[in-house]
Design a protein around this ligand. Structure first.
Ligand SMILES: Nc1ncnc2c1ncn2[C@@H]1O[C@H](COP(=O)(O)OP(=O)(O)O)[C@@H](O)[C@H]1O
Ligand SMILES: [Mg+2]
Length: 439
């Protein structure tokens, strides 16, 4: 698009210097979004690509007027957003249908705020239902429909208001791969034919391929706090073919952007001032940690590999591979840089060791490089009972992160500690114990 064409298209959405912080239990604040800037013009599909927990849903809620920014401004068609706008509709990941209402009643619900005559409401609902491929199911209840059909109802309910802006929060991620592919294809076809009664689309996703397939521009979103790291135009003609070398090259490029900018908790302690235990840990399987080291150490990679290639050979999605690579980096078994993963000497040793030696090495690294692990272990050692309730550590973590993140972090820690035989967690008693599996 040249500059003249760009200015000709109406600016529908402006997000300017938007920040959002939530209050924490201790009176402090959790900064979820920081200085987010974004525009959306008539006719565009813009992607917001980021990992889970980066603040994407929070941003969509601000744009939808369901919540207020801590600072900055959001304008819809030139006017500041101060609450839900009639011209903005949202499709949710979890469908959000009312089980006791039929398909048509669920769709009509989207129109409730617009005081239309009954006939007009009925007609609008019919045409939205028709457009999205639900004809014949008007009287069905959500429970009678497949996941894909339910999400079609979710789309119809948003389309029925003829929104200027459609916000989509991971609308395909709760569907199986084939259903998602079909629904994406149908959506893009209607969009290309100009049949969608929508001005522009903001699509939130954590799936790079989905972003490249659907969007005109992709805003890559970073975490902690959430912000836009880079904006990438997608100049591949539609309909797009995943196997097109240009498609592959762009997926690779974005992959590199995202891994190059992945957070490095262990390497940057200054990000977590104070006790140093406030790093959010991702939940990863210890089998995958060991498996990734083995794969990278073995032929043909010899200690260094391209992450996309590894993802493919392990049949993993980007969202599954990142946390694994990152955890290895945190434990100093690997370094992640520019889309590559390289094992450290310790990582190579690990891959070539016996099971017992692996556990020893893993425990050493866990206690040396994950301050939270060392902290829990120290507390357990100091107590005569060698036990401590989970709530004690949860309280501490909640000074640094949201209650959900604190809970996930402790679960992630437990799984790493179990593998390392550093300590265990007794779910029934709700307490940590210094009890080596060998004992
Ligand atoms: N109402 C809230 N109060 C406190 N923390 C919140 C609230 N909503 C979201 N968060 C926190 O903000 C962060 C980003 O969440 P979210 O926007 O849902 O991320 P995403 O959609 O990218 O997965 C998470 O750490 C989450 O726990
Ligand atoms: Mg979300």
């Amino acid at each position: 698009m040249n500059a003249a064409a760009e200015t000709a298209l109406e600016l529908l959405l402006e997000v300017e210097h938007v920040a959002k912080a939530f209050p924490r239990g201790d009176g402090g604040e959790l900064n979820v979004l920081d200085d987010v800037n974004l525009t959306l013009r008539e006719g565009e599909i813009v992607g917001l690509l980021g990992r889970s927990g980066s603040g994407k849903s929070t941003l969509l809620r601000l744009i939808a007027g369901l919540s207020t920014p801590s600072s900055g401004e959001i304008r819809f068609a030139g006017r500041p957003v101060h609450g839900p706008s009639r011209g903005i509709a949202m499709v949710f990941q979890g469908f959000a249908l009312f089980p006791w209402l039929t398909v048509e009643e669920n769709v009509v619900l989207g129109l409730e705020a617009q005081k239309l005559p009954r006939d007009a409401m009925h007609q609008r609902a019919e045409s939205a239902i028709d457009l999205i491929g639900l004809s014949g199911f008007e009287a069905a209840y959500p429970r009678e429909l497949s996941g894909g059909m339910r999400q079609r109802v979710g789309f119809a309910r948003a389309l029925v208001v003829h929104p200027r802006i459609l916000l989509m929060d991971e609308p395909f991620s709760a569907l199986d791969v084939l259903t998602a592919e079909t629904l994406r294809g149908d959506f893009l076809e209607l969009w290309a034919e100009g049949q969608m009664p929508i001005g522009a689309v903001l699509l939130v996703t954590h799936n790079i391929e989905e972003a490249v397939q659907m969007c005109d521009r992709i805003c890559v979103f970073g975490s902690n706090p959430g912000r836009i790291l880079v904006e990438i135009p997608v100049n591949i003609p539609r309909p797009r073919d995943r196997l097109d070398p240009r498609f592959r090259a762009l997926v690779e490029r974005i992959y590199v952007e995202m891994t190059a900018r992945a957070p490095r908790p262990a390497a940057r302690p200054e990000l977590f001032p104070g006790s140093g235990i406030g790093t959010v840990l991702p939940r990863v399987s210890s089998n995958l940690l060991a498996g990734l080291m083995e794969t990278v150490a073995g032929p043909p990679f010899g200690g260094r590999a391209d992450l996309p290639v590894i993802a493919q050979s392990l049949q993993l999605e980007i969202d599954d591979l990142f946390p694994v690579a990152e955890t290895l980096q945190m434990l100093r078994f690997a370094e992640v840089e520019g889309g590559d993963i390289r094992l450290t000497d310790a990582g190579v040793d690990f891959a070539n060791s016996s099971l017992d030696d692996r556990k020893l090495s893993f425990r050493r690294h866990l206690l040396a490089y994950v301050p939270l692990a060392a902290h829990v272990r120290r507390v357990l050692e100091e107590r005569g009972s060698h036990r401590a309730p989970k709530s004690r550590f949860l309280d501490e973590l909640e000074d640094h992160m949201s209650p959900e993140a604190a809970d996930l972090t402790l679960r992630a820690l437990v799984s790493l500690a179990r593998y390392a035989e550093a300590f265990v967690y007794d779910d029934a008693a709700g307490e940590f114990r210094l009890e080596e599996a060998a004992a």
